[in-house]
Design a protein around this ligand. Sequence first.
Ligand code: ZN
Length: 333
Amino acid sequence: MNIKEYNKEDFWRAVILYGLNQATYKIALGESLIRFSEKGKNFISMNELAEDFFNMYLDRLKNGKPQLANPNRKTAMERIISLYNLNKLSKTQAIERVEREAFNDVIERFHTVDKVEIPLKFYEKTKEGLVILDNIYEVFSDAKNFELKQELKSRWDLLESAFEIKHGESELINDIRKFYLLKGYERTDITHNRSVLYGYQNGVCFYCAELMMEKDIHVDHVIPRQLIHNDEVWNLVLSHGYCNTSKSDYLPNKNYILKLIERNEYLIKSNHPISNKLKLQLGNTPKHRMSFVFKVYEDAQKVLAPWTGINGYNPVTDPFYKTFVRELIYNNT
Ligand SMILES: [Zn+2]
């Protein structure tokens, strides 16, 4: 694998957005790394990291949501914060315990995605702490910071939701259903999907493949809503306002349908809480899912006028197809 083919954001996204997370530690460590790099630090002692984890989880756990997939256990962070809240540990004692118990695993595994070690590192571990490498500064140094941070935040929310489902908390399952999957004719507030979808199309507009700026990101139905009559995530993508408008209620050409099929495979691969729902709706195997979407597309072709796409769009140069995660998925399945 030639790592120069990928930009550094790709590797960051591979770590944050993919893989079978059993706990939320990786996301927390990602957040710590951003925070320390924003302060211009290039070394974090284990004690500083422990204090940051302590403060982060103290705040986070106020939401009462599980941080571990296994419903019969709790993470070290949950145990320590709960003892602190019961006044059984002082803040200093709690931070010491975080340092001893909480992050042995995550520091070792941060750079591993689905058993594959990414070829680029964001820190190096020494006896005393973490040396933050320039790669982090390069990823978090431009206008995309906002979206990358949002992705991290929504990934954390999603993991908690996924764990709650495993813990069998049905009220939340209903919430998620409402949030992502509401059927019927009423429009849901589909802008909620924005930060979920952004990372999975590599931050570029679905139709023209150019970068999107924060103020100009629209959620669009690839196969027009007037035919589908719902807001299911498998058919939603992000685009510029202009590209959205020029597509309007026309039916995009096959290139875009193939791209949509592949984007859905990314969502499924991400251990996203809706991945089971997508399998249920579209099929259990990539082949079944592809024929489901093609069937809908063929039906749509009978009634909708075609749209050839944004002038100059070419899948060959589309950054969507040039991600590290894509290589990872295609080499592992
Ligand atoms: Zn566009």
